[in-house]
Design a protein around this ligand. Structure first.
Ligand code: KDG
Ligand code: MG
Length: 401
């Protein structure tokens, strides 16, 4: 059997997605997510111009060799565009391998290590009362872990807080801008967490995402001030290019730390993991080189008491979510999976067999990943430019988003 064709499909059912579909000479197909929010067409071009021509005629069973061929063979290593493209190929090949074996992919990864994948949902609110109602609605649907993001009265637009039912940070073709104040954020957040913890008691797992907006000493202060509310994790407190920042935070607080949604390879998190500077690694299948490479990252993490917490926002397609669930079910050091339901039109374009029940996601039992793309329907939703927003301080200085 050989790879007969590979197609890159760009569509926008609710938001933009890039998908790679590989076809074998035996008529099997496999799908991989290649979506890089706000930079979709760069990955589509990389796949079309530099990867697809190399795939034709290759043996689809040779997943590891294909991964090494695309990674080492390009000479230029790492980076989000390259690693997202490699991830799409890798994911599609695992899908095909599962179909050849007649087994769901998690069986090929060693089988079940648990009965279901624990997920967390996103609660947010324009006021603390709204936030409490949002948390209550997750609890009533069986969630045992909730990420809480609250509007700050003095900040007009706050990341992670929106009235829309479906989370969507990418909007205008030219990035939207908002103004940020670390001072107001640090003053407001502990009171919000205090109310959520008081209302829901000690059993509910609470998380909060800082979105890279603090310096290490500010993050250390925040982590310390949130200790009474026993977060499961504080996410992306500072940008992670400089691992020493995490050492500084660690010296001051026992609040657990989660990092990695922008990581593309094992080398982005290697020191953070090896020196036990974080507690959860949040890299994803689509942005960190596929199932093959993410498994390698998770195995390194397992040696150092770091658990998994894969990113699962709506800008990762149902193909990525399906792949994540197979890995989540199999690895020994699984922690928690982010889950944000997609728009109904996204679900229609990507028919999938995973299902949510009582705080858990369960991957499909079909051979392969149990997800596909309806290409005819996808063609009805053409790409539209959309960028992630940027954030500035009051004096106009560009800040982290
Ligand atoms: O593309 C950016 C989003 O995926 C990001 O804003 C979501 O931080 C995020 C999260 O934790 O889901
Ligand atoms: Mg995040």
């Amino acid at each position: 059997m050989s790879i007969a064709a590979a197609r890159v499909i760009v569509c926008s059912p609710g938001r933009n997605f890039v998908t790679l579909k590989i076809e074998t000479s035996d008529g099997l197909t496999g799908v991989g997510d290649a979506t890089l929010n706000g930079r979709e067409l760069a990955v589509a071009a990389y796949l079309n111009e530099h990867v697809v021509p190399l795939l034709i005629g290759r043996d689809p069973a040779r997943i590891e060799d294909t991964w090494q061929y695309l990674y080492k063979g390009a000479y230029w290593r790492r980076g989000p565009v390259t690693m997202t493209a490699i991830a799409a190929v890798d994911t599609a090949l695992w899908d095909i391998k599962g179909k050849v074996a007649g087994l769901p992919v998690y069986q090929l990864l060693g089988g079940r290590s648990r009965s279901g994948v624990s997920v967390y949902g996103h609660a947010n609110g324009a006021t603390v009362d709204d936030l409490l109602s949002s948390v209550a609605s997750f609890v009533s649907r069986g969630y045992r872990a909730v990420r809480v993001q609250a509007a700050i009265p003095e900040i007009s637009e706050m990341y992670g807080v929106s009235a829309a039912a479906i989370y969507e940070p990418a909007s205008a073709a030219i990035p939207a801008e908002s103004v940020w104040s670390t001072e107001h954020y640090l003053a407001h957040l502990p009171g919000v967490l205090a109310r959520v913890r008081a209302e829901f008691g000690p059993g509910l797992r609470l998380l909060h995402d800082v979105h890279h907006r603090l310096t290490p000493i500010e993050a250390a202060r925040l982590g310390k001030s949130l200790e009474p509310y026993a977060l499961t994790w504080l996410e992306d407190p500072v940008p992670a290019e400089l691992p020493d920042g995490y050492r500084l935070i660690r010296q001051h607080t026992t609040t657990p730390l989660a990092v990695g949604e922008v990581f593309n390879s094992i080398w982005d998190g290697e020191r953070l993991i090896r020196e036990q500077l974080i507690d959860y690694i949040r890299a994803t299948v689509v942005h960190a080189g596929g199932i093959t490479h993410l498994r390698r990252i998770f195995d390194l993490a397992a040696l150092h008491h770091v658990r998994t917490g894969s990113h699962g926002a709506t800008d990762l397609s149902p193909i990525c979510m399906s792949a994540a669930l197979h890995l989540d079910l199999a690895v020994p050091n699984f922690g928690l999976q982010e889950y944000m339901p997609h728009a109904p039109e996204t679900d229609e374009v990507f028919p999938h067999g995973y299902r949510y029940a009582d705080g858990y996601l369960h991957p499909s039992e079909e051979p392969g990943l149990g997800v596909d793309i309806d290409e005819a329907l996808a063609a009805k939703y053409p790409y539209r430019p959309a960028s992630l927003p940027v954030s500035r301080l009051a004096d106009g200085t560009l800040h982290d988003w």
